[in-house]
Design a binder for this molecule. Structure first.
Ligand SMILES: N[C@@H](CCC(=O)N[C@@H](CS)C(=O)NCC(=O)O)C(=O)O
Length: 227
């Protein structure tokens, strides 16, 4: 558990509803690493303000700044880095390459296949409102989760342990996002079981969008867990 008296090791530039930020919050919580959040409001395009572009010239969240000043971007790379460097909490990636490959397959379906097509800059460019964003994202999310479901079913024993793992860090924000847009995903039984299982854990609860400091009051929920 992070020592509350200590300066946090990291500053996380994040937006409450960004699923890539959500992944990094989960990983930091599972690995029991202290961090503070600097909210970047994507709706106000703060990600394109000059002071943030100096932190991440790509204009995207998350960006994770170490106490020494180094900035890390890209949630996949960040989560792997945290898992390699920090011994606390669970090991996220399995040692066995025959399992690890499936963990990475799931993470990549979400981070590389689904997410880039449904990102807010794409849907903004298309001029979509909320309902249209959901409709646009639906086939990508369903197709991707179809793939995840197959992998979870084929490697049930290895990929559904009684702990949070690498693939959960990616899967849970994606499921949250699909539910937010009312996309039907109940047919993916392994996916949904994993979602319900992980949501019981404080590391995931603390990372939930509605528990973030920048969530608007209308969406904010009181969090009663400690980790
Ligand atoms: N591949 C990046 C994606 C980062 C990304 O695109 N983040 C979104 C929020 S989830 C963002 O900042 N979008 C800014 C925009 O669309 O203008 C990662 O995994 O970290």
């Amino acid at each position: 558990m992070p020592d509350p008296g200590k300066e946090p090791k990291f500053t996380l530039y994040a937006y409450w509803r960004s699923s890539a930020s959500f992944r990094v919050r989960i990983a930091l919580n599972i690995k029991e690493i202290g961090y503070r959040i600097v909210p970047i409001n994507l709706l106000k395009k703060e990600n394109l303000f000059q002071d943030f572009l100096e932190i991440n010239p790509e204009g995207r969240v998350p960006a994770l700044q170490c106490a020494a000043g180094t900035v890390l971007t890209q949630s996949l790379a960040i989560v792997e880095f945290l898992d390699e460097i920090y011994a606390g909490g669970n090991k996220l990636l399995e040692k066995n390459p025959h399992i690890r490959v499936h963990q990475r397959r799931i993470a990549e379906i979400i981070a590389c296949d689904i997410h880039p097509k449904c990102n807010i800059d794409i849907t903004n460019r298309l001029g979509y409102d909320m309902a249209e964003r959901g409709e646009w994202s639906r086939p990508y999310i369903q197709q991707g989760l179809e793939g995840v479901e197959r992998i979870l079913a084929e490697y049930q024993k290895e990929l559904n342990p009684k702990k949070a793992t690498f693939q959960d860090v990616f899967l849970i924000p994606q499921v949250w996002n699909a539910l937010r847009f009312h996309i039907p995903i109940g047919q993916y039984a392994f996916v949904m079981r994993r979602y319900e299982y992980c949501l019981e854990m404080p590391a995931f609860q603390k990372a939930m969008p509605e528990h973030q400091p920048d969530a608007p009051d209308s969406d904010k929920k009181f969090l009663n867990v400690s980790i």
